[in-house]
Design a protein around this ligand. Structure first.
Ligand SMILES: [Fe+2]
Ligand SMILES: [Fe+2]
Length: 321
């Protein structure tokens, strides 16, 4: 069996007045009901995609790395598939995290409109788990969860304030997901995958809207100590994904990318050194999509979580565009 458990405590809140008190959230609930789709029947799974394009997310002629260009055509195709399976496994685990966190939101948010909407998002995320799992099976296999992503999702699952769950999931994680899916949608030549990310990004855009509407209304009402904690939580959530967690004594880190490289006869030290040297070129870094900078940071600004106390940290981390 392949599972693990963590302890979480949530304060479930009953609401006994059922009338609408946040109209934009009720409107979003109506949209969510209308825009449901079925991962089993609304994706053209039967389309025969050119095998060279399945899972390829690099626009033709834009491969930046020499160690990839040096591979045979066959191995380049195989590398693209395995790399995509690895990347999409991250999203698959993220979707499961989102499904569980939304289940918590149904319990903890204090408004009936917030609860009704969050319940629609649970089924959205279930559909995303289903669709990514199915697509990954066309490519390769499911890779283990990245420790950084697990740290972020666990921080949100165990957060004590409901506003932290809402910011961590709906404002930060959902913006990152929506941004990444939009980028993938532009780059892929696989019609099946394009449809997968198109429909998923449409749901994620709604999930981001929920966070924005709710938190814009809520944050100004919070007391100062809680608001400070929320600002700090947002910063921590943004950095958790980018930070390699400390290993426990005796623990050995296995990078799935190393396994992929080795399987295709790529010298991983050479690959790593080429990547490090490209990543130290500021022009190259700037030209690469960065969903933290391009999608999550602007949303934090919109809900008022970039303040005098925290702004400098984001500037120093190069997240302000
Ligand atoms: Fe999702
Ligand atoms: Fe989502």
């Amino acid at each position: 069996m392949n599972f693990e458990t963590i302890d979480t405590t949530v304060k479930a809140l009953w609401r006994y007045d059922y009338d609408t008190n946040i109209q934009p959230l009720r409107d979003l609930y109506e949209v969510a009901k209308r825009e449901q789709w079925n991962a089993a029947t609304d994706i053209p799974w039967e389309i025969e995609t050119d095998p060279a394009q399945v899972g390829d997310m690099t626009a033709p002629g834009t491969e930046p790395f020499d160690f990839v260009k040096a591979l045979s055509k066959e191995n380049q195709i195989e590398l693209a598939k395995r790399k995509s399976a690895h990347l999409l496994s991250t999203f698959l685990h993220g979707e499961q995290g989102a499904m569980m966190i939304c289940g918590q939101l149904v319990e903890v948010v204090p408004d009936m409109d917030g609860k009704l909407y969050a319940s629609t998002q649970v089924i959205d995320e279930a559909r995303h788990v289903e669709v990514f799992h199915r697509y990954i099976q066309r490519l390769d296999r499911v890779y283990p969860i990245m420790p950084q992503l697990k740290a972020l999702l666990n921080a949100v699952l165990t957060a004590d304030l409901w506003q932290m769950k809402c910011v961590g999931m709906q404002v930060i994680a959902e913006s990152l997901a929506m941004g990444s899916f939009k980028t993938m949608m532009k780059l892929t030549n696989d019609e099946v995958f394009r449809r997968v990310v198109e429909l998923t990004a449409q749901d994620e855009a709604r999930h981001v809207s929920y966070g924005l509407i709710y938190m814009k209304d809520e944050i100004p009402k919070m007391n100062e100590p809680d608001r400070d904690r929320l600002e700090d939580f947002a910063w921590t959530a943004m950095t958790l994904l980018a930070t390699t967690p400390q290993l426990r004594k005796g623990e050995k880190a296995v990078d799935p990318m190393d396994v992929i490289y080795e399987g295709l006869g790529i010298d991983r030290k050479m690959a790593a050194s080429e990547m490090v040297s490209r990543m130290s070129d500021p022009e190259f870094v700037k030209s690469q999509p960065n969903p933290f900078r391009d999608y999550a940071y602007p949303q934090l600004e919109r809900v008022g979580l970039i303040t005098e106390r925290t702004a400098q940290k984001y500037i120093d981390a190069g997240l302000t565009g």
